[in-house]
Design a protein around this ligand. Structure first.
Ligand code: URP
Ligand code: ZN
Ligand code: ZN
Length: 460
């Protein structure tokens, strides 16, 4: 397998220059001007296009039993969706129920992916209870190459852990040098506010946000930071949605804490008003933390530019509108939480970030690829274009104009939160470890090419 990408403009987090990229087997082996195309090589002409490193989505849910139902995607559908959107690596959250055997859950999540993914993937291991077996389990998972954990301060009675478990998890993570990713919302306050709103007859999707106000998320980040400071653990705040939570993370970093911050594509382009759409359509826009008031959006864009926010993920969690979101009609607390977007993250970020002058190309690549590779132990194999790196490459046409529609999407879900939205630029050709998986914007590859990535513990 040999692939030559010619005449493109290579853009990494650090550089921007015109050169050809030559890939032998799964690896980039030469970068330079006017490279020859040996007979039999696959040649892609990237004239007038950008060549980006494969994008990385460090926060997705594919197999997700949650709120009495199961998320709709399989690895086959989600990985195809990722690829047509330019994403070549996914990191999925393993989310065992509190009563599940966590190692069995880990094996189940791995089995769901093995041989069924079109793109590469890795896992964050969810700690949804801490008991006498947790340390051995985490050591085993880490030795298997899953060197990051996921905890929920939210979802009381489901995935959520208490303070004793939080302390023990962070303490263990510090000892093992693994990073802890955390959903930061105060579970107890959310539960109380939900009950209060329902008792007042406030049952529609528009009440989801008031049940989880910004102070609840900010408290979650502050709470995590307090425990992280006392244990020394490295932490990563997932799906940060608001100014107040960002301020807590900034304060933690100013105190010297090794804390990284993620936001997700929906917060950058959607706002709370979508949850007020009539005919229960607001349910399509229910996720947690919730979509916020519009004023938060520019603050988050600013935080991406400044580097306070390291990564832009999706928190992809697909639930059908017709049946699954419907479960919460008459009680917003029963609407399965999640907005599907793994397919559209890169295109939304380019259209609303780069094309609108909010992000430069380097920061775009950094936030959508390189930072995730660095934080989660995959760099420089992933996240850049360099000799020796995996040949995960996106030939991106900045002149393309199109629109997002559910009818055309690869994600196995019956709606798009971005229906009819115009898109500038498109991932036209996508290679995963040297194999062309997307051509002319369409999936043309094989759905068993993806490999699980084993990642070392790098957060000692
Ligand atoms: O609404 C969300 N975020 N759904 C997925 C589960 C989670 O909290 O990440
Ligand atoms: Zn979450
Ligand atoms: Zn999530």
């Amino acid at each position: 397998m040999a692939l030559l990408i010619r005449n493109g403009e290579i853009v990494t987090a650090a550089e921007r220059y015109k050169a050809d990229v030559w890939c032998e087997g799964e690896t980039i082996t030469r970068i330079g001007p006017n490279l020859p195309a040996p007979p039999g090589a696959e040649v892609v002409d990237a004239s007038g296009k950008f060549v980006f490193p494969g994008f990385i989505d460090p926060h997705v849910h594919i197999h997700l039993p949650f709120m009495g139902t199961l998320a709709k995607d399989t690895y086959t559908t989600a990985s195809r969706a990722a690829l047509v959107g330019g994403t070549t690596t996914l990191i999925e959250m393993v989310c065992p129920a509190r009563g599940d055997d966590p190692w069995e859950a880990y094996e189940l999540w791995k089995a769901n992916a093995a041989g069924k993914s079109a793109c590469d993937y890795a896992f964050h291991m969810g700690i949804t209870r801490f008991d006498s077996g947790t340390e051995a389990m985490v050591r085993r998972v880490t030795a298997d190459g899953t060197a990051s954990l996921k905890i929920f301060l939210a979802y009381k009675g489901a995935f959520g852990i208490d303070d004793a478990e939080l302390y023990q998890t962070l303490d263990l993570a510090k000892r093992l040098g693994v990073i802890v990713t955390a959903h930061c919302e105060n579970a107890e306050i959310v539960a109380r506010l939900q009950q209060r709103l329902l008792a007042e007859g406030k049952t529609g999707p528009e009440w989801h946000e008031p049940s989880r106000p910004v102070t609840v998320e900010a408290e979650g980040v502050h709470h995590l930071a307090t425990f992280a400071a006392l244990t020394g653990a490295h932490t990563y705040v997932v799906h940060t949605s608001c100014t107040e939570a960002l301020a807590e993370a900034a304060a933690a970093r100013e105190r010297g804490l090794p804390m990284w911050v993620e936001t997700v594509a929906p917060y950058l382009v959607l706002d709370r008003s979508y949850s007020e759409l009539p005919n229960f359509e607001g349910a399509k826009y229910v996720m947690s933390p919730p979509l916020r008031e519009l004023r938060h959006q520019e603050v988050i864009w600013d935080a991406i530019r400044s580097g306070l926010v390291s990564t832009v993920a999706t928190d992809h969690a697909p639930f059908d509108f017709a049946v699954q979101k419907e479960m919460g009609r008459g009680d917003f607390t029963k609407i399965p939480n999640g907005i599907p977007s793994v397919e559209h993250r890169v295109h939304l970020l380019y259209t609303h970030g780069v094309a609108r002058g909010r992000l430069d190309l380097q920061r775009f690549v950094d936030a959508a690829s390189t930072q995730a590779a660095r934080i989660f132990g995959m760099y420089p194999r992933k996240g850049t274009i360099a000799v020796g790196s995996d040949a995960d490459l996106v030939v991106f046409d900045p002149a393309y104009q199109g629109a997002i529609t559910a009818a055309a999407q690869e994600m196995n879900v019956d709606y798009s939160a971005f229906e009819g939205w115009p898109i500038t630029g498109r991932a036209e050709t996508v290679a995963v470890r040297g194999k062309l998986q997307v051509q002319n914007g369409r999936f043309t590859g094989t759905t068993d090419h993806g490999q699980m990535l084993r990642r070392p513990a790098t957060h000692a």
